[in-house]
Design a protein around this ligand. Sequence first.
Ligand code: NOJ
Length: 544
Amino acid sequence: MTSDDSYRWWQDGIVYQVYARSFADADGDGVGDLAGIASRLDHPAWLGANAVWVTPFFPSPMVDGGYDVADYVGVDPAFGSLRDFDHLVGEAHARGLRVILDLVPNHTSDRHPWFVESRSSPDNPRRDWYIWRDAAADGGPPNNWISEFGGPAWTLDPGTGQFYYHAFASAQPDLNWRNPEVRHAIHDAMRFWLERGVDGFRVDVLWHLVKDEALRDNPANPDYVEGRDPPSRRLLPVYSADQPEVHEVVAEMRAVLDEYDERVLIGEIYLPVDRLVAYYGREGRGAHLPFNFHLILAPWDAREIEAVIDSYEGALPDDAWPNWVLGNHDLPRVASRIGDAQARVAAVLLLSLRGTPTLYYGEELGLRDVHVPDALVQDVRETNQPGRGLGRDPVRSPMPWDSTATGGFTTGVPWLPPGEGNLARSVAAQRDDPGSMLSLYRRLIALRHAERALAVGSYRPVPALGSILAYRRQHAERELLVCLNLAGVAGSLQLPDGFEAGRVLISAAGAAEGTEVRGHLELPGDEALVLEPLAPGGRAARER
Ligand code: NOJ
């Protein structure tokens, strides 16, 4: 990386996640669709995003919201058609937005023709495309693995008398990635979409693809607390995920991407930092961006977040490009986790760290998790384990485009309630308000695009205490200082060398742009600033 020109779009760009069922509904059935997304692309473009990642829209019985794929190379009629898809890609590209698809290769739907064949007989040529085993000696499942959605991860198929493995719902049988035919079939599906112009994939549960060959029992998790932790955490997934052989599978997927120009491979991976970074692959032959969810997983505390950033920065292999995420369709929304004021601080953090930021739709509006009455619950993670608060519907509510009853999302009845509080945070309500969360996001993104120090510059921590987190970002001659207060009470920071005097470029809590600070910075609660240094004469060290 020597000159600016050598950065790829997925390095200095911003990814915007569109949850396909909840972005915009063009046909009035209450569920989002591809034509709806295409009609609303001006929004991510206006915001300054560079790519949209669209969650699954493939033919699916929708047991897991489309993460149960029944055909890898089609469009579910609920979402439209291949023609709608081509239109969407054309509209996105016309606005300079790349399109990233969700690839779900770990499992299919049990209605996928591959599984229908596989389960039809032990001798079927596709039997080995899935993971079939005889019962244990006691007649129970072949091992002790637990489904992420509760209960055993094995289901008995009465027709053939064997069990099949499913890391998620029983309607989502896991493919056998040790079988080369499976690999080739998924590679072909990837090529199908790449040929249609998609710019890359976000690969679902990438670290799950390969399982222990001997299917050994997972050990108990000594830290598990009944009632506090989801049942799936009772065991440590030592043998059911993150196996050494997975890296060969990732390298093969990467090779498929590399048959095309400028495509990106993003991996969904929930692992500690040291194991996560292995997914960059040997000599950079792995994922371009193994998703880094540690800002979501760590407690919202300055020292904890600082430790996350420093350990991640320290663990990245040479040439590996970092990335950061604040939310997605599986986890509570950031504003619900840390409150409205800190969600603004989090926005400054996400958009000033070194590494590609991914925004979850509605984060830019400060959306909160919605209350979903029992009668409207959709998510299999909830219906399989009711009453434990594990459902993900609350974070998947329809995008509020305006503040009318259905938020301008649909002319019909929305599949999930938009949530009154969220309607008040609609795009229309915030767009022209300079103090809104939406305006803050847009200004932060514009600043990141204008300042190479933020987009691609180096990262250097600045010692800070208490609730203050600070770091420098530098590119060529230009260096900026980021100071964030991760609590509601004031804190202070001795401005570091080179920033004895600084000027505010952007503020989370409303300090005026251009405000000058000197020597000792008193940072009010919930404030976050990006500062440029002032030369001794008081002028900006280098005008932008
Ligand atoms: C991860 C996806 O993000 C989640 O929504 C889904 O339920 C599981 N993988 C299974 O595909």
